[in-house]
Design a binder for this molecule. Sequence first.
Ligand code: PCA
Length: 320
Amino acid sequence: MKMIFLAALCAATVSHAQTRWNLASGYSAESFHSENLGWFAQAVAQSSQGRLSIAVHPAGSMLKLAEIPAAVEARRVEIGETIMSNLVGQMPVTGADSIPFVVKGYSDAQRLWSLQRPLVQAAFARRGLKVLYAVPWPPQGLYARKPLSRLLDLKGSAMRSYNPATVRLAEMLGARAVPVPMAQVNAALASGSVDSMITSAVTGVENKVWTSVQHYYPINAWFPKNIVFANLAAFDSLALTEQGLLMEAARQAEERGWRLSQAQEAEATAELRRQGVQVEPLPVEFEQAFKRMGERFSIEWLRTVGNEANQIFIPYYATR
Ligand code: PCA
């Protein structure tokens, strides 16, 4: 009898216990992704009435971007955010995010994510990770110091890279890939160590690129997503109610994040213009040559991934 009473007491204590988690992100605190992480943490704290609280550590203040996935796997931090396509080496299916010229707009990006999500969830689960939500960066455009008229103009230039896909593209273009974290883009452009780069309008604005770069070609090359994920064992150790509240907050943060991303695309492109950056389409021949290169890129990726890639792209093109 005493035993039963004690067990009941313990259970009651556990369900009222406060769980404090940390969340590591490598992107700047001002970025819309980080703002959304703050919203997510607050939503969880509110809905769980403080039983689960999440402290957000942006801008690499806890862990650098590249260190985050392994740290969450090892449960050194309970939640992490990374750019999904960075994980293509360990989880090839995440590479669907940065195949050039496949996704043409936000609704395509949504469709891609809904097809990719079950495979991504399974791949994360195999590494002991629980997917919470994913939000895209605005579409990726091409920035250049000098106006571009043909693909060859990029040959021999220094091109900033931020994931394996941008490294491979630079290679295909005959350019030199220079890895630069997002927060150091401005300094890299100013020092002349980078001549061109593919990234979003919003990243251009955050880095005030106009001080060294005056040309932006909004080629909508791809819509890479940031993914937010928890250590699976940590997730499983939460009470079922908290698990549900966490997933509900994640669902809402995902919806909210997609809306923010889309709003940022328009605002940031307008800001680039206001700051004197010439925003214009690529010359037609350049664009065609670039798209052919994109096709070569996708064939390479399809070959390395095989069947899982078909599971995404056969329905993707069938429902277009
Ligand atoms: N900004 C991030 C990733 C994609 C983007 O738009 C960066 O440039 O590193």
